[in-house]
Design a protein around this ligand. Structure first.
Ligand SMILES: Cc1ncc(COP(=O)(O)O)c(C=O)c1O
Length: 434
């Protein structure tokens, strides 16, 4: 038994007889108790030295000789998250006969409960209130709930970025085809050079019929452009236009404060940068805007406007163990500190970009402007197809990136290191013949 669990049990014993008389409650608490794998010890304040990040690598199961740089597709969960999911799944299959349906006792699935605790933690992470956050299964679901839930019809317009991820725009295109709410596309600049240029892209395409700006916070392909969401949302609000921000690539990557951002809706996939279990998602909708959004999936609470966005969590039976893992992933991220994570991973990417810029024949497609850059870099090498570059990085250095157009996309996260960056640069130099 771990020290954490032992002290937890001791705490329970000290709490006295009430719990001893209620084994189901005890079991419920145990199921959610601090688990066998504790969170890493992180100093609460100050920047974290390189040695800290090197040690943190031991929290991940990725073999030490492999460098995984494709968090933009899927993150690799730290041990604390994985163990929490496995332990909870084991508990569910083993102890299911103890499920007695008393409302104040433990539940064994999700889909019929507001899951307040994990929503509270997510809300606190993004600067929202708990009833402004719904749990979904990914970003696509959040985007679809907003796009499908708004009353829009013929004559109304939605501005969408051409080539943005389908999980950030498919719902708007469906509305266009089915109900005639017109999608107006804006084309991303290549390269993106200034925040003003990106704001102007949407502002110039706006007409008196425009109702929504669908904005990618950070594009996944399309140059990995970080949009100036705060100034865009401010401008849209002045024009009476709703802003729906696709944060699939930013939660767990950049610090997020939806109030500061001023968006009306924000959705994300915590299974990417937040390092949460696969199949977890979130949607934020500003309280004042909630009445304008119909539910898409309907079970018992679909029309309950008293309970905030719980109304949009009526998806039927779901896997509670994944939410236990999501909660642990939030704890892990908060323990590291979102600002320190951002500083570390954007810093690693800055090192990568600086190194690449010195290799003859290398081009960098993602922005270098300080407000538009991120921990994601899209780069390539003249004369080397993106797929070849991807495979060469793996074959020569066990560096896993993802091909992207004529180059590759390389996402730096907390499990990456200066060594992984250096290994990338060595391969780039070899291929460039320099
Ligand atoms: C910018 C962006 N939006 C939306 C999505 C869709 O995410 P999911 O498949 O988790 O719904 C992705 C996935 O890569 C993405 O990069």
């Amino acid at each position: 038994m771990s020290a954490t669990r032992r002290s937890f049990l001791a705490g329970l014993a000290a709490a006295g007889g009430a719990l001893a008389a209620a084994p189901e409650q005890l079991r419920a608490l145990l199921a959610r108790a601090p688990e066998r794998t504790p969170l890493p010890h992180v100093p609460p304040e100050g920047s974290l030295p390189r040695a800290f990040w090197q040690d943190l690598r031991g929290q991940f199961l990725i073999p030490p000789d492999e460098e995984f740089f494709n968090t933009g597709t899927l993150g690799s969960q730290p041990r604390v998250v994985l163990d929490a999911v496995i332990d909870h799944m084991t508990h569910v299959v083993r102890d299911i006969a103890h499920w007695d349906y008393h409302p104040d006792h433990e539940q064994y699935f999700t889909g019929y409960n507001p899951e307040t605790r994990v929503r509270e933690k997510l809300a606190s992470l993004i600067g929202a209130d708990t009833d402004e956050v719904a749990l979904t299964q990914n970003a696509t679901m959040g985007m679809s709930f907003v796009a499908n839930g708004l009353d829009l019809g013929p004559g109304d317009e939605v501005i969408v970025m051409e080539g943005s991820h389908t999980g950030g725009r498919g719902g708007w295109e469906l509305r266009d085809k089915r109900y005639g709410a017109h999608v107006r596309y804006v084309r991303p600049p290549a390269p993106a050079e200034s925040p003003g240029q990106l704001l102007a892209l949407y502002a110039d395409a706006t007409t008196p019929q425009t109702r929504v700006w669908a904005i990618p916070h950070l594009t996944s392909g399309s140059g990995a452009i970080r949009f100036p969401v705060a100034s865009m949302c401010r401008r849209a609000r002045e024009l009476g236009i709703l802003t729906v921000v696709d944060g699939a690539q930013t939660l767990g990557h950049l610090t997020i404060d939806v109030r500061q951002m001023g968006c009306d809706a924000f959705f994300s996939s915590p299974h990417k940068w937040l390092l949460a279990p696969v199949g977890t998602g979130m949607l934020y909708v500003r309280r004042e805007v909630q009445p304008r959004i119909w539910a898409t999936l309907a079970s018992s609470q679909w029309d309950n406007h008293e309970a905030g966005l719980y109304r949009l969590m009526q998806y039927g039976t779901g896997n509670l163990s994944l939410l236990v893992g999501l909660e642990r992933a939030i704890d892990f991220h908060v323990a590291l500190g979102p600002a320190r994570v951002e500083e570390r991973i954007v810093g690693l990417a800055d090192g990568l970009r600086a190194g690449l810029a010195a290799v003859p024949g290398v081009f960098i497609r993602s922005p270098l402007h300080p407000e538009l850059r991120s921990a994601t870099t899209i780069w390539g090498l003249d004369g080397v197809p993106g797929a070849t570059l991807q495979d060469e990085l793996w074959a020569r250095a066990k560096v896993r990136v993802r091909r992207n157009g004529d180059g590759v996309r390389q996402c730096c996260h907390v499990y990456n290191s200066e060594t992984g960056v250096e290994r990338t640069l060595e391969v780039a130099r070899e291929l460039a013949g320099s």
